[in-house]
Design a protein around this ligand. Structure first.
Ligand code: FPP
Ligand code: MG
Length: 298
């Protein structure tokens, strides 16, 4: 099933007739293909569903090539990132190639689908810019964080579900709601794992978000729940290289104040909302996606 998606993605890049680009393409660390799985589960195994899945995965891969440059990330999924090996310029241009080829292929699908997906890519970019802007200072505004993760992460997952529903002639609204809540929960879990997992498991340095200026949900909960003296201590560590002791202090405080547990609870609540949206759709597969995503450990 997913092999066919991989094949179509490769085909789109091969059509450029450029050996160097194809070689670079093969060096991109492969992900979980969550968006492709979602599309095939909702739309079924038609030619257009495979095509849509390949397009959305190309766009997603492109966004990560850009994101790793923006975040100065030297690893992706446990492997060297493209920017780490070939430099920022290559990573950005390879990203441009991937998303442009995705868009070329998108023009061959129905207009409502092309609109949904391309609009989500605009939101994705707005979200990434918001993420950069929010990282300039110690953000404690939960609403701004939720809006940013909706745009940065949930919008493409929402569009993937909605456009798959369009392909299959299913109720678009409920799948859109499913995708949105799945996407929000996904990003919150991603932000929790950045704190709880060791770097070997994560495939990237642990607690890198705080160093990058990202006060994700657990940091916001923590800030709210500690005294003035501790607030100052937490703020003094913002964007710094954390020592082992600093990391232990933050993690212990997060345990004491249930900041991590409550973040996970919130992600679960969103996961349940997603399940509720599709409760009458008889889709065990989609429910399993939510369960696996919340219970994942990397
Ligand atoms: C990862 O977030 C980043 C995203 C999900 C979206 C990034 C979007 C862009 C760079 C815009 C792309 C635009 C085009 C036209 C393709 P993260 O840094 O929180 O997650 P990570 O831990 O996986 O790096
Ligand atoms: Mg990143």
């Amino acid at each position: 099933m997913l092999e066919k998606v991989e094949f179509l993605m490769k085909q789109m890049i091969e059509s450029l007739n450029d050996k160097h680009i194809l070689e670079l393409f093969h060096k991109i660390p492969k992900g979980k293909r969550l968006r492709a799985k979602l599309i095939l589960k909702i739309a079924g195994l038609s030619d257009d569903a495979y095509k849509l899945a390949a397009i959305v995965e190309l766009i997603h891969a492109a966004s990560l090539l850009h994101d790793d440059v923006i975040d100065d990330a030297l690893t992706r999924r446990g492997k060297d990132s493209i920017n780490a090996v070939f430099g920022n310029k290559t990573s950005i241009m390879l990203g441009d190639i991937l998303y442009s080829k995705g868009f070329t292929s998108l023009t061959t699908l129905a207009q409502n689908i092309a609109y949904k997906v391309s609009n989500a890519v605009a939101l994705l970019s707005v979200g990434e810019l918001l993420d950069v802007k929010l990282s300039e200072e110690f953000n404690t505004n939960e609403e701004l964080y939720m809006d940013m993760i909706y745009k940065k992460t949930a919008s493409l997952i929402e569009a993937a579900s909605a456009s798959a529903a369009m392909l299959a002639g299913k109720n678009v609204e409920i799948y859109e709601l499913y995708g949105k809540n799945l996407g929000l929960a996904f990003q919150i879990i991603d932000d929790v794992l950045d704190i709880t997992q060791e770097s070997e498991k994560l495939g990237k340095p642990s607690m890198h978000d705080f160093k990058e200026g990202k006060t994700t949900l657990p940091y916001m909960y923590l800030y709210d729940r500690i005294d003035e003296y501790e607030k100052e201590r937490l703020k003094s560590l913002f964007k710094k290289d954390l020592s082992k002791d600093d990391k232990i202090w933050i993690k212990n405080k997060m345990q004491e104040t249930s900041s991590l547990d409550d973040s996970i609870k919130y992600a679960k609540k969103l996961g349940l909302e997603a399940m509720r949206a599709i409760r009458d759709e008889d889709s065990e597969g989609l429910k399993k996606i939510i369960k696996d995503m919340i219970e994942r450990d990397f």
